[in-house]
Design a protein around this ligand. Structure first.
Ligand code: CAA
Length: 388
């Protein structure tokens, strides 16, 4: 039995971040969309609010909160600005968590405080030009030479790549070893041979920067191996179990913003001498949006609670991600439809939300990969049913 009631502290956290998102993030989102600027002002504010190290223990400078706390705050940030939200999500889920979970004491002390405060930006480098869904097919290599590792390869579609000071990087001892050859590393931008490559121009989420990371005989001290040699694929997959809860949450934030816009517009806009909200065609869209958004959030909170309880949550994270992402794409499409032609022009937020939503279906594992994770676990007998 899972109790979904937030505590008093969680309600306070939610309302604080909601007010912040309404006052600061939502008004800035169109500018970020137009210019593609990284949201530096928000980054600094989120650092001060403790949003950039939410699950990092206080001894390492974090807020020491739970995954449930994290998703409550992240949904509000993503409601205000999805680009800002993904920067927060990558920092928390994809960079700090693997260091916290697999790092040595020295690695945690060296890297977590700067990341949690936002003084340093993090990124996660798994994908390559030739390996996305089949992550194990990576070509980037790592070779031990004396007290250093030498990394070579190209990492692609790296969120926060241009700004990152610290990267969690995956490379293989030998591609023929498949998952058994992968190693994870903590790489600093100042290490010799580390370079930012091509910066991508995207359909949406334009305030989030995405680039290649080039590794050219990149020298990494041996103490920066993250986890055990040859066990890096487990680091990558366990990290994505949590990251997918973050992207599901981002999707709900976007869908909720689209719902709010559609509701407001439908009550203001008149056709045939009455607000269009009076028409059943519009009412059913609003009803379906609200239902799917609530269902998505329940899936997210189930996965987050299992994670906080230390239970396996691969299936529940994947379910939350696929359902929430498809809800966001579906709901933003319907929100544009409610706006008619106005939904297709820049002055109306739903035009941006529609473009922002699509990425949720793609990154941190496509919807097809989420279904694969769910189905594989069902067939292996690892699915415990809706009771969680
Ligand atoms: N937790 C821990 N370990 C796990 C795991 C999990 N959730 N899932 C798999 N593993 C382990 C397995 O136990 C196995 O370990 P052993 O070798 O010791 O037996 C190993 O990993 C290999 O497992 P599989 O045989 O299941 O691996 P696979 O090659 O079949 O791949 C996959 C499985 C699900 C398809 C995986 O490749 C995958 O998730 N692909 C998608 C990758 C992805 O999400 N990429 C997004 C990158 S992040 C991003 O988008 C960038 C950004 O900046 C936002």
């Amino acid at each position: 039995m899972i109790d979904f009631q937030p505590t008093e502290e969680q309600r306070l956290l939610q309302s604080t971040v909601r007010d912040y998102a309404r006052e600061k993030l939502w008004p800035r989102a169109p500018h970020l969309d137009e210019t593609g600027e990284f949201p530096w002002p928000a980054w600094r504010e989120m650092g001060e609010l403790g949003l950039l190290g939410m699950v990092v223990p206080q001894e390492y400078g974090g807020a020491g909160m739970s995954t449930v706390d994290y998703v409550l705050a992240l949904e509000e940030v993503c409601w205000g600005c999805a680009s800002t939200g993904v920067a927060m999500s990558v920092q928390n889920s994809l960079v700090e968590v693997p260091i916290l979970k697999f790092g040595t004491l020295a690695q945690k002390s060296r890297y977590l405080p700067g990341l949690a405060s936002g003084e340093r930006v993090g990124c996660y480098c798994l994908t390559e030009p030739g390996s996305g869904s089949d992550a194990v097919a990576m070509k980037a290599t790592c070779v031990k030479k004396g007290d250093r590792w030498i990394l070579n390869g190209v990492k692609q579609f790296i969120t926060n790549g241009p700004q990152a000071d610290v990267a969690v990087v995956y490379a293989t001892l030998d591609p023929a070893l498949r998952s058994k050859g992968v190693c994870a590393f903590i790489v600093e931008k100042g290490f010799p041979g580390y370079r930012v490559g091509k910066v991508e121009h995207k359909m949406g989420l334009k305030g989030s920067s995405t680039s290649e990371i080039l590794l050219e005989d990149c020298e990494v001290p041996e103490e920066n191996l993250l986890g055990q040699e040859g066990r890096g694929f487990t680091v990558a997959m366990a990290t994505l179990d949590g990251g997918r809860i973050g992207i599901a949450t981002q999707a709900v934030g976007i869908a909720r913003a689209a719902f709010d816009e559609a509701l407001r517009y439908s009550q203001e806009r008149k056709a045939f001498d009455q607000p269009i909200a009076n028409f059943q065609a519009i009412q059913w869209k609003l009803a379906d949006m609200a239902t799917r958004i609530d269902a998505s959030r329940l899936l997210i909170h189930r996965a987050a609670r299992l994670r906080d309880q230390g239970e396996n949550h691969s299936v529940e994270s994947a379910m939350a991600k696929v359902f929430s992402s498809e809800t966001a794409v579906w709901a933003t499409n319907h929100a544009v439809q409610v706006h008619g032609g106005y939904g297709y022009i820049r002055e109306f937020a739903v035009e941006r939300l529609y473009r922002d939503a699509k990425i949720c279906d793609l990154y941190e594992g496509t919807s097809e990969i989420q279904r694969l994770v769910v189905a594989t676990n069902i067939l292996k007998g690892n699915y415990r049913g809706a009771g969680g």
